[in-house]
Structure formats: C-alpha cells, structure tokens
Ligand binder design. Structure first.
Ligand SMILES: O=C(O)[C@H](O)COP(=O)(O)O
Length: 249
C-alpha cells in the first residue's frame, strides 16, 4: 500500500478577485500563504513525510509547496517542476471576471466552459500576449503541445502522461509523494486515478490548500481518500469553488 498527497495551491490573487486564471502566473494572496502553511502543519501533525515533490511551472503552486514543506522541515526534498501539471489553459477567458462573463454569456455557458469534460473555452490567437509560446519558461515545450485553450479532456492527456512516466514509477519504488498543483490539473489526475466517468468529473471540485490523502494499492488503484481538516471547513471551501460568486466571507 502506498500513500499519496495532492494539494491545490492556496488562494491566489486572482481567486480572490474571481478572475479566470489558467496559465497566468499570479501570486498567492496572504490568505493563500496562510492556507499553505496551515496545510503543512496539518500534514506534520498527521506524521506524514515525503521523499519527493512535484509541482507546476506556476508560482502559486510552487510557493504553496514551499509553504507546506517549511513547517514540515522538508524543504530539502527533491522537487520536480513541470508544465504538464499546470492549470488547465483557460484560453481567451484568462484575465476575465467569472461573474461578468456569466452576466454576458449566461451561467449555463460559463458552467460548460468551467466544468464540462470536453468543451474548450474560446481559444487565444498566436499573436496574443497570453499565448504561452511567448514566455521563456515554455521554451522546451514542443509547438504542438503548447495550448491556445484546453478542455479538461486535453488536460487529462498531459497530466496522465506525466503521471505514468514520472510519478507512478517513483511511488512504486516506495517513495512518498506530494503533488502541489491546480484545481483542474488535479481534477484531471483524480479522474484518471479514481476512474471517474466524463459525467462524474463535472461535479468534482477541489478546495484551495487542503491536503487530499490517498491510500493506493500495489497497482496504484485508490483504496481510500480523505481531506485533512474539519468537515465543516472543507464543505465551506468546496462551496466556494463550486459557486465562486455566491460566497461572502
Ligand atoms: O484557472 C482558474 O481560474 C482557477 O484556478 C480554476 O478555476 P475554475 O474553478 O473556474 O475551473
């Protein structure tokens, strides 16, 4: 049996402003830093330890990992960063207000863009400043893999590929793994791990900064999974992700 921990980054500046983010490299908010630090303390209290960590190329996930590992005294462990764990690319929606987009196109359309399995949001054009090819950090990613927009289905392809080639072999060698990533790159991974249908995954939301602990069998099939923390707190945070415009804190 193996343990695996997944964590969505803490609240970002754009989560706070309720903007579509995707591959935009925004920072954590102060609350996001506090969430990540609290997650690290919770993991420490559970006596969980890690040998290796994985995260994306985006600073909100990288910093979340850092703030988790710090109270655990584990900043030294090998950390692998990959664009393949980046958030789903939100195309031309990136930078727009979720609320205003819903007012303009209707809530139903926005829910399709946010949660349907295979519908892509409106795509960028290649001359758009938001096209990742313009950023130095993606210089090693082949042209055909650089997205103009992604559905969750597209995100599953790159996340699954990285899981199979890089992460799963480490777990099978007995390494304790933590992955700090994003709402939709983790939904992609969970769809794959839990073998969820295209319909089942539409209802799955992931709260910011709450560790999700998996127990996996020898074939890396899930035996158990649970969030660390109080049920009430987790429920509140899940509501917040599902309906970002309705929550007043
Ligand atoms: O990229 C984003 O805007 C968020 O990180 C995830 O957003 P969603 O919950 O609207 O898919």
């Amino acid at each position: 049996m193996y343990k695996l921990v997944l964590v969505r980054h803490g609240e970002s500046e754009w989560n706070k402003l309720n903007l579509f983010t995707g591959w935009t490299d925004v920072d954590l908010s102060d609350k996001g830093v506090a969430e990540a630090t609290a997650a690290g303390k919770l993991l420490k209290d559970e006596n969980l330890v890690f040998d290796v960590a994985y995260t994306s190329y985006l600073k909100r996930a990288i910093k979340t990992l850092h703030f988790i590992l710090e109270p655990m005294n584990l900043l030294w462990i090998p950390t692998h960063k990959t664009w393949q764990l980046n958030e789903r690319h939100y195309g031309a929606l990136q930078g727009l207000s979720k609320l205003k987009t819903a007012q303009k196109y209707g809530e139903e359309q926005v829910m399709l863009w946010r949660r349907s399995y295979d519908i892509q949001p409106p795509a960028l054009t290649k001359d758009d400043d938001r096209f990742p090819r313009h950023e130095d950090k993606y210089r090693d990613v082949p042209d055909q893999l650089i997205p103009l927009a992604e559905s969750l289905k597209d995100t599953v392809v790159r996340v699954e590929d990285y899981w199979e080639k890089e992460i799963a072999p480490q777990i099978k060698q007995g390494k304790h793994v933590i992955i700090a990533a994003h709402g939709n790159s983790l939904r992609a991974l969970i769809k794959y791990l839990d073998n969820l249908s295209n319909e089942e995954i539409t209802d799955l939301n992931i709260p910011t900064g709450i560790p999700l602990v998996y127990t996996l069998d020898e074939q890396l099939r899930p035996l158990e999974k649970y969030y660390l923390g109080s049920d009430q707190h987790i429920q509140h945070k899940l509501e917040q992700v599902a309906h970002p415009d309705n929550i007043l804190e």
